[in-house]
Design a protein around this ligand. Structure first.
Ligand code: OSB
Ligand code: MG
Length: 371
């Protein structure tokens, strides 16, 4: 049976983070992004969320390139092809190169629609087994070390299972040493968002004494060769984020020993199907994998939760609770974290209702397309 997608509704939302979020590449507070709705003949609604930011500083995609690629190319492919299962969408989109966040947003809406039509949870549709998932927290660069220590303290008291700290050259070893001193037993990791080069190897080697769980994406966003050299020179496990945009990238990184751990983001790799392939590859190769975050609103957050129910997601991810990011989220109930654990919802599809009033209130532009 085909999935009769009749309309695609694109909504451009503008939401404001409770606090500015700073990384080595910049600071974000206002967030513009797309919520995609795939609607079938019976009025079932499947939801997807695009991870792209307005500025191409994490990967090359932006909100505007998403709109262009979705409306000028991907929707045409949806019109021309019958879909029996959401796993086919990856191949249907293959003629269009890269643009993974645009692809993932549409594919995600079709996955949710499929699961709802089958009256199963998205987690079940993906083959997930966990009923609850462990989560950590990602803390942006703070104005002072005091602020950072306070945030970490608060996050630990809330029960988050591991703390991720953003670093960049000049704001790394000395800060992490203070953090380690104050929190000797806390699982701590550092994310550089590609701010270093191999010339910084001595500074990166110094981190080995701090017993970090991992260092995430120290080197260039598109590199897997220098990361292999770095991994051979340091003890701290390297986790790749930006560098892994497909299962092929993951295969090569594993083969070259460029990383010991992979942070998968549904948007960065082109959708749930590709994320699942990366998961399966990690499982076969005994590589740890966890689910990263893109400061998502509720729809993207729900997709992350469903993905994290797959068996190889043994490390806590970055999917924290809605209230950490938003005064009001676009789902009902909002995502809550109890003692570092999110209970996986048992309702069909993404498992959370859409808060239509909130969705409407945050929408700055919308358009409906026939499929
Ligand atoms: O590198 O994981 C990253 C946020 C924006 C862009 C890139 C990253 C992040 C985070 C925050 O670390 C993850 C989250 O809390 O959603
Ligand atoms: Mg990262």
């Amino acid at each position: 049976m085909t999935i009769p997608v009749k309309h695609i509704k694109l909504r451009r939302l503008k939401m404001t983070l409770n606090n500015p979020f700073s990384t080595s590449f910049g600071t974000m507070q206002d967030k513009t992004f797309f919520i995609i709705e795939a609607i079938d003949d019976d009025g079932n609604r499947g939801f997807g969320e695009s991870a792209a930011f307005p500025i191409p500083w994490y990967t090359e995609e932006t909100v505007e390139t998403n709109y262009h690629i979705m409306t000028d190319f991907l929707m045409k492919l949806l019109r021309e092809n019958d879909i029996h299962h959401p796993e086919e969408v990856r191949n249907i989109f293959q003629p269009i190169k890269r643009n993974y966040m645009a692809k993932a947003a549409l594919e995600g809406a079709i996955w949710d629609l499929y699961a709802k039509r089958k009256n199963m949870t998205l987690s079940e549709a993906l083959g997930g087994t966990r009923k609850q998932i462990d989560v950590g927290i990602s803390i942006g660069i703070q104005p002072t070390v005091g602020d950072l220590l306070q945030k970490i303290n608060h996050s630990i008291s809330e029960g988050y299972k591991r703390i991720k700290i953003k670093i960049k050259p000049g704001l790394d070893y000395d800060i992490l040493r203070k953090v380690r001193h104050h929190f000797p037993d806390t699982p701590i990791m550092a994310d550089a968002n590609s701010a270093y080069t191999l010339q910084d190897i001595d500074q990166l080697k110094k981190l080995d004494e701090l017993d970090l769980m991992m260092i995430e994406q120290p080197l260039a966003h598109d590199d897997i060769v220098d990361h292999a050299k770095l991994q051979a020179a340091i003890r701290t496990p390297i986790c790749l984020d930006e560098s892994i945009q497909s299962a092929e990238d993951a295969r090569k990184a594993i083969e070259l020993k460029s990383c010991q751990i992979i942070n998968v983001k549904i948007g960065r790799v082109g959708g749930l199907t590709e994320a699942k392939l990366i998961h399966d590859l990690c499982r076969e190769n005994n590589v740890d994998i966890w689910c990263g975050g893109m400061l998502e609103a509720g729809v993207g957050r729900a997709h992350n939760i469903a993905l994290t129910t797959l068996p190889q997601f043994t490390m806590p991810g970055d999917t924290a609770g809605s209230a950490l990011y938003w005064k009001k989220d676009i789902i009902k109930p909002e995502v809550t974290v109890d003692d570092g654990v999110i209970k996986v919802p048992d309702k069909p599809g993404i498992g959370y209702e859409i808060n239509d009033e909130a969705l409407e209130a945050f929408t700055i532009h919308e358009a409906v397309f026939d499929i």
